[in-house]
Design a protein around this ligand. Structure first.
Ligand code: HEM
Length: 115
């Protein structure tokens, strides 16, 4: 089971990298650009890998803080809803990309500093 946990953490970290990469692309694309679909893919990957890590905790002998994971889940749901609502729009508001990026960074901070 150790290998499964490591594989999920590996994918979880790649998902984080994907979201930061998409943030860079979105900021580079400028004000006229539509929302990059990578936001949806990165959020979905974080959701699936995060929930799998959480559900497998008894088998992988991990004792995660459920309040912390609940807050991370809430932050990710906000990112996901913002992505779904805006992905088909011709134009996105200027605050959207910095806000979504800030929420991703917030979740990295929660993951690392909340003990
Ligand atoms: C934008 C969304 C997210 C980001 C950027 C993110 C980021 C991270 C990072 C950087 C770590 C590694 C921390 C470390 O090893 O010290 C981590 C671990 C973890 N994350 Fe997330 N996360 C996100 C969403 C979620 C969600 C929604 C859940 C589940 C509800 C979740 C569950 C976990 C768990 C269980 C671990 C510990 C893995 C382990 O070492 O066994 N994450 N996350």
């Amino acid at each position: 089971m150790d290998f499964v946990r490591h594989l999920l953490v590996f994918l979880h970290l790649l998902g984080m990298a994907m979201l930061i990469g998409v943030l860079m692309l979105q900021l580079k694309a400028g004000k006229e650009a539509r929302l990059n679909k990578g936001w949806l893919h990165g959020s979905a990957l974080q959701l699936v890998t995060g929930i799998a890590l959480m559900l497998l905790a008894p088998l992988t002998h991990q004792d995660y803080d459920h309040v912390k994971l609940g807050v991370k889940l809430l932050v990710l749901v906000v990112i996901g809803v913002l992505a779904v609502v805006n992905v088909s729009k011709e134009r996105i508001p200027a605050w959207l990309a910095p806000t979504m990026g800030g929420l991703v960074v917030l979740n990295v901070g929660l993951a690392v500093f909340w003990h």
